[in-house]
Design a protein around this ligand. Structure first.
Ligand SMILES: [Zn+2]
Length: 140
């Protein structure tokens, strides 16, 4: 994973997720260009996005593991509606749901030609005003 400059221009500040002790390691990883997954300390199940309990065994004990950023497209859509004014300048934009190589799914922006289900991709973080966006592009 790495960080790049965002080629788009935002027209308003993006909403900022509330800080919490639960998600702090994730956001620290994002700032360092790393996609961190939660790993259940009890059963080893990986999960993404950060949440309190393991969906396999309900343990709240967790460690963090860096994802490779590699995966394949599970699904994708083109958004033509801004659900927040800060996204209006980006319309239309493509979102992809990616099956990460490690197992969990992640949602991100798409950078590339028309995506297709099953396409191998690689993720990175793009810097923007106030934060970073997880973006995926076709794997080389
Ligand atoms: Zn577990």
């Amino acid at each position: 994973m790495s960080t790049n400059q965002n080629p788009t221009t935002a027209t308003a500040d993006r909403p900022v997720p509330p800080a919490s002790t639960l998600s702090a390691p994730y956001w620290e990883g994002v700032a360092a260009g790393k996609l961190l997954l939660q790993c259940c300390s009890a059963c080893g199940t990986l999960r993404h996005y950060p949440r309190l309990l393991c969906n396999a065994c309900y343990s709240n004990s967790v460690t963090w593991q860096e994802a490779s950023g590699k995966g394949t497209i599970h699904s994708w859509t083109v958004s033509h509606h801004a659900y927040h004014p800060s996204f209006a300048g980006d319309l239309p934009y493509t979102l992809v749901t990616v099956d990460l190589a490690e197992g969990p799914r992640a949602l991100g922006r798409w950078r590339g030609p028309l995506p297709s289900i099953g396409l191998p991709v690689v993720g990175s973080f793009e810097a923007r005003s106030g934060g970073f966006d997880l973006v995926f592009a076709p794997a080389a």
